[in-house]
Write a protein that binds this ligand. Sequence first.
Ligand code: TYM
Length: 354
Amino acid sequence: MAEFQPLVFSGVQPTGNLHLGNYLGAIRKFVALQDEHDCIYCVVDLHALTAQLVHEDMKGQIRSIAAAFIASGIDPKKHIVFNQSAVPQHAELAWIFNCVARIGWMNRMTQFKDKAGKDRENASLGLFAYPSLMAADILVYRATHVPVGDDQKQHLELTRDIAQKFNIDFSEHIRRTGLGVDIVVGEEPVHAYFPPVEPLIGGPAPRVMSLRDGTKKMSKSDASDLSRINLMDDADAISKKFRKAKTDPDALPGETEGLAGRPEADNLVGIYAALSDRTKADVLAEFGGQQFSVFKPALIDLAVATLSPITAEMRRLMDDTRHIDAILRDGAERAGARAEKTMNEVRDIVGFLR
Ligand code: TYM
């Protein structure tokens, strides 16, 4: 039985400062995957319009995400780094997916509900269709694995639903064109054009929480800068934010069960574990019984040692815009060739006259 070629794809929006949640939930995983996989990493500038239509410095934001990828260790020669709008096939496939996906599916997206807030009638159609473009980003490469933070889980389930519905709706055409692959999904043999996408969400920090409130996600949009560590923060800022981070009065437990009901302690231990590529159990085996007055300085040292070289390299890269732009152009060319191959096949499957 044939299989889909394994391929990793993920994207980050160029909206505001990247923070530790983006780094631990996504970018650090991108780096870890590149030794064993073919990877495509995208700055999703089309998606950025759904957060805010007019951007003061869109080009600078795009470059800064690309710089963060490269400064974190992604090799843009071995893999592909580019910005979404430079490969128009994403938008073309998204249109077809808009016609595959159902309004009922979109209505269930919790991120749409959160972002649209109370005034849903006034939210943009783009924000509503956001997950359909995300599915197109992934499937225009027929990518199989997608590293993301936990908040993207529902969007990836929707991506699977869209792929599955396309495969079923067009099954006759897929057979006729000879473009499908025989795979097994669950127990079922399926003839598929698009693969069932696997989310890669695990690790000790799939959802990094706010430093001010362990029940809220660390986010670019939080009004308090103290709630997050930005990738551009210097050592003083990192130290200050962790020192001020909310905790409880108890010592750290010796085992992970002891973190239940202690969201702030759980978050800081998760951050430490993710930064040091260890498990939370391993970190607690070392720090169990210690007060935060001991744990926080160790966490600050680790965070500064890990993030400072990345921040310095990001600054250096962002000073050389021609270099970054050349990397993005080269990435878009290579991504575009792959995306066009898929779109040629999709146009055939759908039956467009060419
Ligand atoms: P964005 O830019 O909002 O977030 C980029 C990545 O960072 C992760 N993330 C977090 N992880 C852990 N803890 C947090 N507090 C935290 N905050 C953010 C996100 O899960 C994400 O992995 N929709 C995507 C962008 C996208 C995409 C795609 C991703 C567009 N097309 C295709 C994968 C595949 C997003 O929200 O990005």
